[in-house]
Design a protein around this ligand. Sequence first.
Ligand SMILES: Cc1ncc(COP(=O)(O)O)c(C=O)c1O
Length: 382
Amino acid sequence: MNKNDLKKLIRPLVQDLHAYVPGEQPKIKGLIKLNTNENPYPPSPKVLAAVKAAVDGRFRLYPNPTSHFLREKLAKLHGCKAENIIVGNGSDELLALAIRAFAEPKSSSPSQSGDTAYFNRAENSKFTVQYFTPSYSLYPVLADIHGAAKNPVPLNADFSLPSVAELKRGKKWDFKAALTLVTTPNAPSGHGYANAELEELCQAQQGVVVLDEAYVDFADQNAMELALKHPHVIVSRTFSKAYSLCFQRVGYFVGHPELIAALDKIRDSYNVNGLGQIAALATLDDLKYYRANFKKVMATRERLSKELTKLGFIISRSQTNFIFAKPPGILAQEWLQKLRESKILVRWFSYPETKDFLRITIGTDAEANALIKAAAKIAAMK
Ligand SMILES: Cc1ncc(COP(=O)(O)O)c(C=O)c1O
């Protein structure tokens, strides 16, 4: 079979897909990696010891299929029941499951599914995955994979959340969308949203709302109470960022048992690997260690923001483990390159609303110092 014949074996939807592009993971000696919002501090020694102690003959056995013990422990932490919780292979898996469980697939081609602006709103709500822009760039990719319709709606120009009245006036927002995904605090802007404004939005929605709190441990407030109060609201959390566990891939949703049971029906039988479950359980036994790390990250974030502002960067207040900074002088994309030449990797997104900014993950204090030094040199060059 030649290449063209093979291509015909692939569904048109998959042929046309643009895959998600994760941040680079280059192996360059001495590179300061501030591009993927990883935690600069390692997991607690107790977590590493628990994982090491589990590397034995039990590898031949399947892991707990429902992450039972982890769900019990998380339920205690959040003051709910295990039935309110589903654990995933990272929160990314659960976001994909939510789209499959709550939005109808519309078509077999992403170019046909497209933006809901092209369709009759009333007919399309049940196909619609809705989100603000900019926010987590995986959402449109997951919607396309499922063949759902997408409704991207811009945040305000300063990245604040539009009020319900503003959304009504804008006429683009769909209050009946099957699924609404809200990154809170927002990525990539770093903006935090108050529970009152999130609740106003949730109350106006008739479909499911997922509040994606991947970065919430670095914020002033979290919206867990909304998931336990409003049956159509789910809160998404991850062990990846604040709990230094990207490598193990553990995330979870908290929501009404009816919605959680729907997601549970369509997940893989053994979706969370055994070492991941052990690592997450041990993490919950040592929260003190992690809370000290959040404080360190936040202190570095404030210092870095101040120092870069002195160099001419424009930075609004971040409530995450990264800052979204508009660099002075040359284009942000040129800054990306120049920082890379100084062995510092940050992230740049080419979308019109983000192209003037760099997203810089908060590293250790030493990494922040290296960044400030390199930025001062680049700023002096222009
Ligand atoms: C907003 C947001 N949600 C979810 C995730 C995914 O996290 P996980 O590692 O749990 O899949 C990320 C990761 O970058 C993120 O930025």
